[in-house]
Design a protein around this ligand. Structure first.
Ligand code: HEM
Length: 268
């Protein structure tokens, strides 16, 4: 780092404002670094120490992290799209046209949102398969597996509800077919169909319901369950490390207190 940049950074980190936010600083000892993690609202969801092997690419292929990355791209692009989109029947399709032909970089924004959504679905499935084939769903991680299944469902529902919003022919007929499938459920099928669409047909009520689900309810549920997912990883002793996996690199550093729990319970 340039000496000037380093000096500016040093001054910033010594300032009262910085210290009022990051109370224990970056830390010079292990204890100090642990305190920095525990005292930060954003970092305390992570373990204070991890095994080196957990961070290897081979362990997870970073698929969960990549899924999170696509979710963040979706949140940012989704918020930007909301500035241009009205969930009303004559306007929604016109807004899509405006995004394509009038709004500066509108087509790029829309495509980024769409492709990130496809990527998130693929990555969530790939992450699930990777967890399964490593056997990382076994105790004590079975609850986190269930949380993962809920996250997968939320991901699919986000995709499904987003499908109607362009209000074009593809959207209209896809949701008509999809909602008709739900009415085939025995006994409560018609009620689910009515609840989903706010009526018996795909119309303005359905568009509004799908919009609220897509932009408010499902993203909030996703954030909540992602937080539980990460907190659970920490409480289950960090990521699963196969006992037979050879250690890469020097020093197999030890670890948080929760690791002993993993060692005790998760032996294959
Ligand atoms: C929105 C979707 C999801 C996100 C953002 C997410 C995120 C993550 C992240 C960041 C990790 C840390 C390891 C890694 O990077 O792979 C992880 C671990 C884990 N995930 Fe997910 N996940 C999602 C969906 C799922 C699904 C669908 C399942 C299974 C049904 C699942 C089960 C697990 C389990 C059991 C672990 C612990 C694995 C271990 O200990 O090695 N997750 N998840």
């Amino acid at each position: 780092m340039q000496p000037r940049t380093e000096a500016t950074l040093g001054r910033l980190m010594a300032s009262r404002l910085w210290k009022s936010i990051f109370r224990s600083g970056r830390g010079t000892s292990t204890l100090h670094r642990s305190m920095a993690i525990q005292q930060s609202v954003f970092l305390h969801i992570l373990p204070a120490k991890v095994r080196r092997r957990m961070l290897n690419f081979d362990a997870t292929w970073y698929l969960g992290t990549l899924t999170l990355g696509t979710f963040l791209v979706l949140v940012i692009t989704g918020i930007l799209l909301m500035f241009y989109y009205h969930p009303s029947v004559p306007q929604a399709y016109a807004d899509m046209k405006d995004l394509r032909y009038v709004v500066s970089s509108g087509l790029f924004l829309r495509n980024l949102h769409r492709w990130s959504a496809h990527a998130m679905v693929l990555l969530a499935f790939a992450h699930m398969f990777r967890v399964f084939y490593r056997g990382a769903y076994r105790p004590p991680r079975e609850f986190n597996w269930v949380v993962g299944v809920i996250l997968l469902l939320i991901t699919l529902l986000l995709s499904y509800t987003g499908y109607l919003l362009p209000w074009d022919q593809l959207a209209f007929w896809a949701i008509t077919v999809g909602s008709n499938i739900s009415s085939a459920v025995p006994i409560v099928g018609q009620k689910i169909h009515f609840l989903m669409l706010g009526g018996n047909q795909v119309n303005a009520n359905a568009l509004l319901r799908f919009y609220v689900l897509h932009c408010v309810i499902l993203p909030l549920a996703a954030v909540l369950f992602i937080a539980v997912h990460f907190w659970r990883i920490r409480k289950d002793g960090g990521l699963y490390v196969q006992q037979s996996e050879p250690a890469k690199g020097a020093g197999e550093a030890r670890v948080s207190t929760e690791d002993s729990a993993q060692e005790a319970v998760a032996k294959p």
